[in-house]
Ligand binder design. Structure first.
Ligand SMILES: Nc1ncnc2c1ncn2[C@@H]1O[C@H](COP(=O)(O)OP(=O)(O)OP(=O)(O)O)[C@@H](O)[C@H]1O
Length: 613
């Protein structure tokens, strides 16, 4: 470059151009960068859509594969089906061929079916007809059953009426006879007969022939003097207490049906009266052990009481109450064996006409145990003494009375029947030693009865503050009687005061025979009041009452006359229900020598008893 030439303009121009170029390049770079970014964006979009497309194609591929698989399976199945169709076609062909051969057999089979159906139809129809017939027959039978039932009811009613009429005609007295076994004491020291008979005193002369007949060999000469007596029931020596009670049991049903009942044992001393009524007299408790366990040795009193409470247990609760009194009739006086005193008591007529001894001690009892405790207590105070025959001979009549009150519930303060002081406890009284020979333990307490027996005691003395008593009630009495021995004086060997006792005993037994005689003859007047015994038993002997007389006899020759007297008494009692008795002699014999030339104190009784034989 020439000197002096100004280069700055040139350079400036060059810088400017360079700057322009740079600017243009920068702009170009910016544009390119923008384009690059756009391209990146586009690339990303393309990549995204490529990815999507890839996925789509993968899915499509899968679908194609599935489709392919399916097609393959279908074609396989089609192949299988076509094979089956082919087989079926073959089967069809075979069946068609077979069908072409079937028609005649099918027709036969169809015919058979039709016949069977008709048969079944016919059977059904005939069975239906049979059923109808049966139904008709059942209806007829039902009608005749109703008629028969009505006839049966009418017949039952007629029989019941007949039975009642028969009972009315026969009366209500049953007589049984119990022959006890021979005992050691039957052998007397003097073994010779005082009756003009041959043989020993202990020889058995009373024999039970059957359930109803007892035979007495009054003479030892063969074929002579044998007498037979018939009763409703005769118990042989070995028959047990249960056998006796079996016959007694129905009377308890009668008691609850509203009848007074009396069961009495009659017989000479040592003949088994106490044994029959209470149990073995040797044992302290008379064979009664406890409430739970029935002892076969128990007598009628515990057995009947047990049965009574058993029957009452079947009744609605609180409808029945039972009261017990235990008395003895000693020398024609009524003695209260539960009262602890020696007062005398009298029989009174209550407002309803029934007889009662209101001043006695009556104890409300709830079971056999209580009754037996009271009876045993009373027995300790009963008059007994040793006789020649029996070391514990009862010298009085024992009467155990169970009064059953049936209460239907209405309560009022006035009632003629139960107009008594219900809860009075008996007071102390003079000891019983006043009775002569008896030496009984004298109670020191106000009342000698053990404390546990005291609840619900009543003495029937009229009281101004009497408790309310039921009016809708009725009472029935069960009187269980162990009579004193009916022996003759000579036999028992008693003297003095004992002779007086015997006289009273026999008088009362004679009065009993008189009462039964009057009833037998339907006399207008029955002499109940002739003795305290009959007066006290009046309600249970006459009228509708049921009386069972148990004639107890010893089998030995030693007691022949006593046995004959007792059996005669039984026959007489039986006459009450049978009318005049037919005498039954097995063999005619001489009149019996009773061994008595002098009249007995019990002339009336022996006359009546023996005259009927
Ligand atoms: N059927 C019997 N079986 C076994 N022993 C009996 C029978 N009857 C009575 N005895 C016995 O005979 C004896 C006398 O009986 P029991 O005391 O009962 O006579 P009883 O008639 O009551 O006499 P009493 O009138 O004197 O009191 C007693 O030892 C009793 O055990």
């Amino acid at each position: 470059m020439p000197l002096g030439v100004d280069t700055s303009d040139f350079l400036q121009e060059k810088v400017k151009r360079s700057e322009r170029t740079i600017r243009q390049r920068d702009e170009r770079i910016a544009a390119l960068e923008t384009e690059n970014a756009m391209l990146y964006l586009k690339l990303a979009q393309c990549q995204g859509s490529a990815q999507h497309e890839r996925q789509k194609s993968t899915r499509l591929l899968q679908m194609i594969k599935l489709d392919h698989d399916y097609k393959e399976r279908v074609s396989q199945e089609l192949l299988e089906l076509s094979k089956q169709v082919k087989v079926l076609k073959q089967d069809l062909g075979t069946m068609k061929a077979a069908m072409r051969q079937m028609p005649p057999e099918m027709a036969l089979m169809l015919e058979g079916f039709k016949r069977q159906t008709l048969k079944v139809q016919r059977m059904f129809l005939s069975e239906n007809r049979g059923l109808e017939g049966l139904q008709k027959r059942i209806q007829e039978l039902e009608v005749s059953l109703v008629t028969a039932n009505e006839r049966h009811a009418r017949e039952k009613k007629r029989r019941q009426m007949l039975h009642n009429t028969l009972v009315e005609l026969r009366g209500n007295i049953r007589v049984h006879c119990r022959v006890r076994p021979l005992m050691d004491f039957d052998t007397g020291s003097d073994e010779t007969s005082t009756l003009g008979r041959q043989g020993t005193l202990s020889e058995q002369v009373v024999h039970v022939v059957d359930d109803e007949t007892v035979v007495v060999k009054a003479s030892s000469r063969p074929g002579q003097g044998t007498k037979a007596f018939e009763y409703e029931r005769v118990y042989a020596p070995l028959e047990c207490q249960d056998a006796v009670f079996e016959e007694v049991q129905p009377l308890l049903t009668s008691l609850l049906d509203g009848y007074n009942v009396c069961i009495m044992a009659y017989g000479q001393t040592g003949s088994g009266k106490t044994h029959t009524m209470l149990g073995p007299p040797q044992s302290k408790d008379y064979g009664y052990h406890d409430e739970e366990h029935h002892n076969p040795q128990e007598g009628v009193i515990p057995k009947a009481t047990r049965e009574l409470f058993r029957l009452l247990a079947e009744k609605p609760p609180d409808t029945h109450t039972v009261e017990v009194s235990v008395v003895e009739i000693y020398n024609n006086d009524i003695r209260d064996l539960l009262g602890g005193d020696d007062r005398k008591h009298d029989v009174l007529t209550a407002g309803d006409g029934s007889l009662d001894v209101p001043s006695l001690t009556y104890r409300t009892v709830e079971g056999v145990q209580q009754v037996m405790e009271l009876v045993q207590y009373g027995m300790k105070h009963r008059a007994e003494d040793a006789t020649l025959i029996h070391s514990h001979s009862s010298r009085s009549h024992l009467i155990v009375t169970l009064t059953v009150t049936v209460n239907s519930g209405v309560v009022t303060p006035t009632s003629p029947i139960t107009d008594y002081n219900v809860f009075a406890v008996p007071q102390s009284a003079p000891p019983k030693s006043e009775r002569g020979r008896r030496t009984l333990p004298v109670p020191s307490s106000p009342s000698p009865i053990p404390h546990h027996m005291h609840s619900k005691t009543r003495s029937r003395s009229p009281s101004p503050a009497r408790p309310p008593t039921p009016i809708n009630c009725f009472k029935t009495k069960l009187q269980l009687v162990d009579l004193a021995g009916s022996e003759c004086v000579g036999m028992s060997g008693v003297t003095g005061a004992a002779l007086r006792e015997t006289s009273y005993i026999n008088k009362s037994l004679s009065a009993l025979a008189d009462v039964l005689g009057a009833l037998a003859e339907h006399r207008a007047h029955v002499p109940y009041r002739n003795a305290r015994l009959t007066h006290m038993l009046q309600d249970s002997i006459g009228g509708d009452a049921k009386l069972l007389v148990m004639c107890c006899v010893s089998p030995a020759q030693r007691y022949l006359s006593e046995s004959l007297q007792c059996l005669g008494f039984g026959q007489r009692a039986r006459q009450v229900q049978r009318g005049p008795i037919k005498r039954k002699f097995i063999a005619a014999g001489p009149a019996i020598d009773t061994g008595r030339s002098s009249p007995r104190p019990t002339s009336a009784l022996s006359r009546k008893g023996l005259q009927t034989i």
